[in-house]
Design a protein around this ligand. Structure first.
Ligand code: FMN
Length: 175
């Protein structure tokens, strides 16, 4: 049995929902997973875990600053054990941008950091116009118009492929 730390960076909670699914999956495989926000001021000691997974959502083209800071501070510790990273964004709803090699945010992110995660994944996120602040709703509808996504302001849709999340859970169990 491995103890797995799953660190997340989220704004509206969808990345946490994905982390919970990963947690369920690895626990079905007999491991134990702990979920912690990467912004938590009292982060646990990485050395207390056998594996580390980081999941982060995209907001206006970027993963949270706390993610980059954490990776810079802890790269050597991360590299000492099996590790993985996944990104959550709406662009990944498009099949041609849904893989680590083809998702523009993940590709750019990897160019910015020295850490080379052992395993990578990209998951399509959730679109929830009613929950957005008016400015954000306006901006996302604009982006959706250009990229031919839903623009109806009542739209709430999870683009996440949960089978793909489950499969990544198995990858984490096996790494
Ligand atoms: C204000 C805002 C900005 C966003 N910017 C982007 C973006 O630039 N590119 C993208 O692909 N998705 C973008 N998204 C979609 C989020 O990545 C998606 O909703 C994800 O599920 C959010 O996960 P979270 O709830 O864990 O933060 C944005 C969402 C919001 C609300």
């Amino acid at each position: 049995m491995a103890s797995i730390l799953i660190l997340y960076s989220t704004t509206d909670g969808h990345t946490v929902k994905i982390c919970r699914r990963l947690q369920e999956r690895v626990e079905q495989d007999g491991h134990q997973a702990t979920l912690v926000s990467i912004a938590d001021p009292s982060l646990p000691d990485l050395d207390a875990f056998d594996k580390v997974v980081i999941g982060a959502s995209i907001r206006y083209g970027r993963h949270g600053k706390a993610v980059v800071d954490f990776i810079k501070r802890n790269r050597q510790l991360l590299e000492r054990k099996p590790n993985a990273f996944f990104s959550v964004n709406i662009v990944a709803r498009k099949p041609e941008k849904s893989e680590p090699e083809t998702n523009p945010y993940l590709c750019k992110f990897l160019r910015q950091i020295a850490w080379r995660p052992g395993k990578l994944a990209v998951f399509a996120g959730k679109l929830d116009y009613p929950k957005c602040r008016p400015f954000d709703r306006f901006m996302i509808r604009l982006i959706m118009r250009v990229t031919r996504g839903p623009t109806d302001p009542a739209t709430v849709v999870e683009f996440t492929d949960w089978k793909k999340v489950e499969a990544f859970g198995q990858v984490i169990s096996g790494m």
